[in-house]
Design a protein around this ligand. Structure first.
Ligand code: NAD
Length: 265
């Protein structure tokens, strides 16, 4: 793999970097010269990362819903790479289009707690854990949002609400943490991954790749006409992380969604 590039010498943390969009970010960051601590839950994913990237990655097993695990990932990056230059909050879970009226009351409470713990609380915990290290490096945070941060119908009530909430998180943190830390986001549209559902709504074993007709639905719904691959988004995370190229950019959300804003009437 090509070494040395846009992120030469950068230290990074990527959460949920063992699969899907997160894995594509890790692969691209390493190709651009970064060293990456990956917060992830699966030993098999950790082993796969080590097999491909060797000591250019450091898998840290943990749960993004834990403040201590986020701190452990940040500490690992500072210790191993000398500094943390970019924190990427990316791990997420899905609700598979569940409408609000399809939930029993108890199920809704549990579903909210489970989904928001990963898609919103964990982003706040990761951000807080990385503030001191990013202040020291004049670094940045990047969060994975979604086309569901802007539009209805790409998920159910819980998911779309959570991804809209994450827009507020990006804006508020960009405001609070300026001028030392830039805070930006990438908002992918439909992407070929195994994004998992929430167990509390009976969706723990469901994967996005199981949804019949998903690729065709996405392709038909966007002007660019195809379902994206994780790697199609990765370059945006490189550009936003780059101090040289994005030093005047904060509170930006790059929409990588095939042109949903111009779908036409
Ligand atoms: P994915 O399942 O391949 O990746 C998500 C990763 O997060 C997985 O490796 C999973 O194990 C990890 N994860 C989940 N909960 C965790 C926890 N509590 N602790 C640690 N790790 C945890 O799915 P993906 O599609 O690559 O999702 C990545 C991000 O992209 C999510 O934020 C998702 O909402 C967003 N997104 C996905 C799509 C899409 O169509 N796939 C579209 C827009 C946005």
């Amino acid at each position: 793999m090509r070494e040395g590039g846009w992120l030469n010498g950068y230290g990074a943390v990527v959460t949920g970097g063992g699969a899907g969009i997160g894995r594509a970010i890790v692969d691209r960051y390493v190709a651009e010269g970064a060293r990456v601590t990956v917060l992830l839950r699966s030993q098999a994913q950790a082993d796969a990362l080590r097999d491909v990237h060797g000591d250019r990655v450091s898998p840290v097993l943990g749960d993004v819903r834990s403040a201590a695990d986020n701190r452990a990932a940040v500490d690992d990056a500072v210790r191993r790479w000398g500094a943390l230059d970019v924190f990427v909050g990316n791990a997420g879970v899905y609700d598979f289009f569940r409408r609000l009226d399809s939930f029993a009351p108890d199920e809704l409470e549990a579903g909210f707690d489970e989904l928001f713990a990963v898609n919103v609380k964990a982003y706040l915990l990761g951000a807080q854990a990385s503030i001191a290290a990013l202040r020291a490096s004049s670094g940045s945070m990047i969060f994975t949002l979604s086309s569901s941060s802007f539009y209805a119908g790409g998920g159910g009530a819980l998911y779309v609400t959570s991804k809209h909430a994450a827009v507020g998180l990006v804006r508020q943190l960009a405001y609070e943490l300026a001028p030392e830390i830039r805070v930006n986001a990438v908002a992918p549209g439909g992407t070929r991954t195994d994004l998992a559902g929430i167990a509390s709504a009976g969706l723990g074993e469901t994967r996005l790749s199981d949804v019949a007709g998903f690729a065709e639905k996405v392709a038909k719904g966007v002007p660019l006409g195809f379902l994206s691959e994780p790697a199609d988004h990765a370059g945006h995370y490189v550009l936003l992380a780059s101090r040289r190229d994005s030093r005047f950019t904060t509170a930006a959300i790059v929409q990588s969604d095939g042109g949903m804003a111009v779908r036409g009437a």
